[in-house]
Design a protein around this ligand. Sequence first.
Ligand SMILES: [Mn+2]
Length: 332
Amino acid sequence: MIGTWLLVISSDMNFENRLKQLHDALKSSERVLLIGHQKPDGDALGSTSGFYSWLKREGKKPTLYCKDLPAQQYKYLDAFFDYKDDIKVFDMKYDMVIMFDSGDMVYAGVDALIPKLPNSPTLVNIDHHKTNQFYGDVNIVNVEATSTCEVVARFFEANNVLIDSTMATSLMTGILTDTSHFSNAATTSQGMDVAGRLIASGARMNEITKYLLKNKELPILKIWGLALSRLHKNETQDIAVTFVTNEDFLKYGVSPNAVEGISNFLQGVTGNAESILVLHDRGDGTIKGSMRSVTRDVSAIAKLFGGGGHKLAAGFAIKGTIKETKEGFEIN
Ligand SMILES: [Mn+2]
């Protein structure tokens, strides 16, 4: 039955129809594995947890997996404690596997795990990144959406699924994360329309704002201060660069997630540079780079380093460590 459905979905049909086809296919699926990308952000967590809440309400048996568990700031999400980071979940049989907010399987950290799944379940890819590799059996990729959460909200709306307060809070988290609270270039009127309906559905805005925007503890503010004080502009490239080392995170006792949001903040205030690059050591032998720009296509630059993202907001991860030097920093 799934096979027939696959033939239908792989033909050229409009987005709305694809959303309906996925809904139909889920009717005959019992066990569903939901995967967000590693080091999950608000969009990966919002989309996976929103979908998870709905499947549970439908009496299904969904499993939530991320290579890394959610950061503490997301504990207001009802499914916060339901995320699993144990690769044993890939030993189980599923009817369907759905990947969220992941341009490819490497980005999600599951490229070696998916092929090992018993009974090769249907792989669904729900995303909004323009660098998406269409790696699923079914690909629901809308590059015009603000976020994967917006795509999921459209999935619910297209299928007349009631979005309850728990689901609305999850989905709102991704829209707010990826639009930097409606302040960056990803912001669209359609995204704001969806957000308005999510508020009407009971999205807990006070909680989201409190945890995501206002919950900056002193050590985190100090790391931000450090990153801001190190800003250096490369005049030739018209790019402002800063960095945070693993020693910095250890010194202030905060996780590398503490730098989340710095590049968005700088995009808004650094009128003197076309682009922003924030490098930080993840403490696991990798360095993450976050790029923002005014007009330059930074996703093309991120791609050179094996990353991806959007034209004005992209990122990558490379192997190495960052050390502070007299001149600035070096990567080893
Ligand atoms: Mn996203």
